[in-house]
Design a protein around this ligand. Structure first.
Ligand SMILES: [Zn+2]
Length: 332
């Protein structure tokens, strides 16, 4: 079975623009404007290439950041771009029968599936898919970080011969990396690599982080936070349940809480919630030392919150109430 190394570029609405306020029947992170793919044979030979430009239907104005990054101009999309369903037909035709998709990162396949759903096209043909980053990590330094394509190329001493942030260019370079990996072994051990990635550090944690764990299939936000305060709130030293104090919301569906183990003292817990495709909630949970910078941030946040809550009516609420009273008197 052939491997298809896939890379895509997608357009996003400019924040605050009319497009950004559009409610689409299927939520998408971006509308695909370019697909590049390279066939890799089972024997690791880089074979033929595919590229197609797609004229966006929903986010028609090309985001200038996307344009700058990819070098794609709106005029080129208008000239060369075809409709997404036609592009998919071409792409599937080129792929041939059953194939295994490889991408650099987790985003591309998810965005492809969202776009297929939005256009009410089949998506079952994208089932066999692996993030080559995970295989690369497992077969190189064993780290859990998601390395940039450029970094991986440097590690394998691959010279860039194609433009970066061009779908075909990136797919080609990814294929050269994949050709140096033991893909069969990587796929066999993929679940393990994924678990290690999930529960490992990703390089984005603040200093003082002592553990990271991912939980799946929580019913909703409340159930997720309840589990994180209750049965899953375990001391990183002795494993016994800790006592939570109070969750503070942070941007990006993040929450933090200061938990206490009767024996080992305080730990800062930071969680990030995200929606699974089935509507359930995934939680990524980080535990920090109480002396860490992150824990200090919690203390500052708690200090700021308390006086506000002791005050019976905040100024803002009073103001809102008087405004509505005005409306009422006008109506009378
Ligand atoms: Zn303990």
């Amino acid at each position: 079975m052939d491997y298809i190394v896939l890379d895509m570029e997608w357009n996003q609405p400019w924040p605050g623009s009319p497009s950004a306020k559009k409610v689409l029947p299927v939520q998408i992170r971006g509308e695909i404007i370019q697909i590049g793919a390279v066939r890799l044979t089972e024997g690791g030979e880089v074979a033929d290439e595919f590229q197609v430009m797609i004229r966006p239907k929903y986010y028609r104005r090309l985001n200038r950041r996307v344009s700058k990054l990819t070098g794609i101009k709106e005029s080129r999309l208008k000239e060369e771009g075809i409709a997404f369903p036609d592009a998919m037909e071409q792409f599937r035709g080129w792929c041939g029968g059953e194939v295994i998709f490889l991408t650099w990162g987790f985003d591309d396949i998810g965005i492809l599936r969202e776009n297929l759903r939005l256009f009410q096209l089949e998506e079952d043909w994208t089932q066999k898919w692996y993030n080559a980053q995970m295989i690369f990590n497992a077969q190189t330094d064993g780290s859990n970080s998601q390395k940039a394509l450029k970094t991986a190329m440097e590690i394998f001493q691959i010279q860039a011969t194609r433009p970066a942030h061009d779908a075909l260019g990136d797919a080609y370079h990814t294929a050269l990396i994949c050709a140096k990996l033991d893909l069969q072994k990587g796929i066999q051990e993929y679940d393990e690599a994924l678990k290690s990635h999930d529960n490992g550090f990703h390089g984005a944690e603040l200093p003082g982080c002592i553990s990271r764990k991912v939980f799946y299939d929580l019913a909703d936000k409340h159930a997720a936070l309840a589990a994180m305060t209750g049965p899953e709130n375990l001391c990183p030293v002795c494993g016994r349940q800790m006592l939570g104090s109070r969750w503070f919301a942070q941007p990006g569906h993040r929450y933090m809480d200061l938990a206490t183990c009767a024996e080992h003292g305080k730990f800062l817990i930071r969680v990030r919630l995200s929606d699974q495709p089935d509507g359930k909630v995934r939680v990524s949970r980080l535990t920090y030392e109480a002396t860490s910078e992150a824990a200090e941030a919690y203390a500052r946040r708690a200090e700021k919150a308390d006086p506000e809550e002791r005050r019976p009516t905040s100024r803002r609420r009073r103001r809102r109430r008087s405004a509505s009273a005005e409306v009422r008197s006008n109506q009378e």
